[in-house]
Write a protein that binds this ligand. Sequence first.
Ligand SMILES: Nc1ncnc2c1ncn2[C@@H]1O[C@H](COP(=O)(O)OP(=O)(O)OP(=O)(O)O)[C@@H](O)[C@H]1O
Ligand SMILES: [Mg+2]
Length: 359
Amino acid sequence: MAFSRIELRNFRCFDALTIDISSKSNLFFGKNGCGKTSILESIYVASCGRSFRTSNLESLIKKGSNSFKIKAYDDNTGSILEVKKSKSKAISIKINNSLVTTSELARTFPSFSIDSKTFFYNDNAPDYRRKHLDRGLFIASTDYAKDWFGYFRGLKQRNAALKIGDISQARAYDETLINHGTKLNYLRESLVLEVKKIYFDFVKILEQHNSRAQLFSEIDIHLKSGFNDELGLKESFIKSESADLKRKSTTLGPHKADIIFESKDLLIKDIFSRGEQKMLSILWSLSQNIYLEKFFKLSPILLLDDLSSELDAEMLNCFLPIIKYIDNRFIFSNIVDSFNSKIDLNEQSFKKFHVEQLT
Ligand SMILES: Nc1ncnc2c1ncn2[C@@H]1O[C@H](COP(=O)(O)OP(=O)(O)OP(=O)(O)O)[C@@H](O)[C@H]1O
Ligand SMILES: [Mg+2]
């Protein structure tokens, strides 16, 4: 499902705001502080009950008010979503008047955000990239979610046994970890393989418009499973027992996985400029969204805050043709409307909102 109309009440700087979004691309533009990030944030909150900016949801309530409310409508199904947060109360989420959990919400209205943290995807710690990948699969596949919980429950117990130096107790969890872990690794590998294909297709489009895009095609992307692939998970656990006992925790396994981006054996984070890193993160996230739609029949919203920050005019122009190929709901913000007459976009599928004029 996907939203077509969003109504905000006492959310951040907005008293009341109604927005009808396009099912394809939507640009929110306007000067600093006009509320662009807040609009994207409201859509993210409405799709997972969390903010990409803060863990303190109270800061989203308009100063001087006691609660915020977000109402969203899905024209295709007629579903109505209501998210409410009052001061010192937990967030309440209802779909068609029935309370739902945040994970039910995320599965019904999936969204992914590319924000200031995601811009430098490669600069983040491995667990950031792992979470990014896991979140997509978690929402898309209930089997993946079950294996994920099964694996991490087993891991917790194995680590508790290692903490007291009881190796036979720790070994008792190996089978659970191998069962669930093998499936997690398989789905992660399939994701990386398929997302890579979509990514390189995007890069080809970019290359047609700008030779600088060649840089993005010279990248090697692969999943680091977190264990020895040749030995497999079972043998890896056996081999790492003494290290595990010494460290008092499970040193190998899918919980140590990462996605590696390299160019000629050098890590992208060590060589790419900030603009290049940001562009790469955008292309990778877009590709992951398309994969989730294609393989899991999910219709995720992609939110991208501040498109042009860190990107020079040429790099920005390089991205414009890509927008035409995005069939998912794509919602992005920019200080200025750099899209006038620069690209032949179908009016129906591309909506622009001047945020200063919305209130
Ligand atoms: N709880 C709140 N109550 C009232 N105003 C708030 C609240 N939280 C944030 N603001 C204000 O809302 C305004 C919009 O913030 P927002 O971050 O959405 O702006 P923006 O358009 O993304 O700006 P920029 O271009 O600088 O990123 C800011 O002036 C901010 O100070
Ligand atoms: Mg902003």
